[in-house]
Design a protein around this ligand. Structure first.
Ligand code: PAF
Length: 297
């Protein structure tokens, strides 16, 4: 397939390398068009070297699958200028932390088949030319619109490149579960500037418990069947499995970059408001991160 990766950060670069390894014709699209080619080495079980064209307009015109891996807050500004170049058959696949980024774009993109995915693969891009596959995981893929429902074959394409990939007709449920975990881990680790594992300490863990209790009430209103104890034990499992890591929001704050708070806790609060529920602890975490952004950006 002709595939373009929009936003070759860590996750985008990881997929770019594995999709090319599997024989696909892969190009990258970035904010930065110079130089026109990019070498990337993938450090994984089997190391490999890759060469990609960058910002090739013809590749975008011929693109069968556009994988959008920019951060949620970049989706609109990165994608809108490219839409006139795409054929209406081009499949759009969104893969990012958080929810709500494509809701406002719907009228502009709904004539494309749209897919959404969430992945637990770990990737680290230390510099422009090397991506490290830090942890093997799995990817859930599913349709966002009726045209997307006809694109289940993309599961095979992705699974053949970087397994395992499952097809989830109810991808929204998987996205909500990931969002719930991000709500519990990301703002706290950013505010306390600590590694994920430090959330296990009792004085901070009590906040994890209170966040989960508010999140669970909102999940119930959204019709997501996940018991409070399942939610808390999933959060605890992720904290354990990633204990030596810094969360993405921790890193964004550390490097004084814009965070994904509007699409993580911000999205949760929007839905809470819709259901007439208050979520004071999540609101306070949201306010603290927004305050930090205002003071530093
Ligand atoms: O955003 C992140 O950092 C990750 O999604 C997670 C699961 C919280 C692990 O650090």
């Amino acid at each position: 397939m002709n595939i373009t990766i929009l936003g070759p950060g860590a996750v985008g670069s990881l997929w770019a390398c594995y999709l090319q390894k599997a024989g696909h014709n892969v190009c990258l699209w970035t904010r930065n068009s110079i130089p026109s080619e990019q070498s990337l080495s993938l450090s994984a079980n089997e190391n490999s070297s890759h060469q990609f064209k960058i910002n090739d307009k013809q590749a975008l015109i011929d693109c069968d699958l556009l994988v959008i891996t920019v951060k949620a807050w970049q989706v609109e500004s990165a994608l809108l200028p490219l839409l006139p170049l795409l054929s209406k058959e081009t499949i759009l696949l969104f893969m990012h932390n958080g929810m709500g980024a494509i809701d406002n774009l719907k009228e502009h993109i709904n004539h494309h088949p749209i897919l959404q995915a969430t992945t637990t693969h770990g990737a680290l891009k230390e510099n422009n030319t090397n991506v490290i596959h830090t942890g093997y995981g799995n990817t859930s893929l599913g349709p966002f619109n009726p045209l997307g429902k006809q694109c289940q074959f993309i599961q095979d394409v992705l699974n053949h490149s970087l397994p395992s990939v499952d097809w989830n007709p109810e991808i929204n449920i998987a996205l909500w579960k990931k969002l719930a975990i991000n709500c519990a881990i990301n703002p706290l680790t950013a505010i306390h500037q600590c590694k994920n594992g430090q959330l296990e300490q009792l004085d901070i863990h009590q906040y994890v418990v209170s966040i989960c209790s508010e999140v669970h009430e909102i999940l119930q209103k959204e019709g997501i069947e996940w018991s409070y104890s399942e939610l808390l034990s999933s959060v605890n499992q992720v904290i354990k499995a990633t204990s030596a890591n810094y969360s993405s929001m921790n890193r964004d704050c550390f490097y004084q970059r814009k965070t994904e708070i509007d699409f993580i806790t911000g999205y949760l609060l929007k839905r809470a408001k819709f259901h007439g529920i208050s979520a004071p602890i999540n609101q306070s975490l949201y306010n603290q991160i927004k305050q930090f952004e205002e003071n530093t950006l």
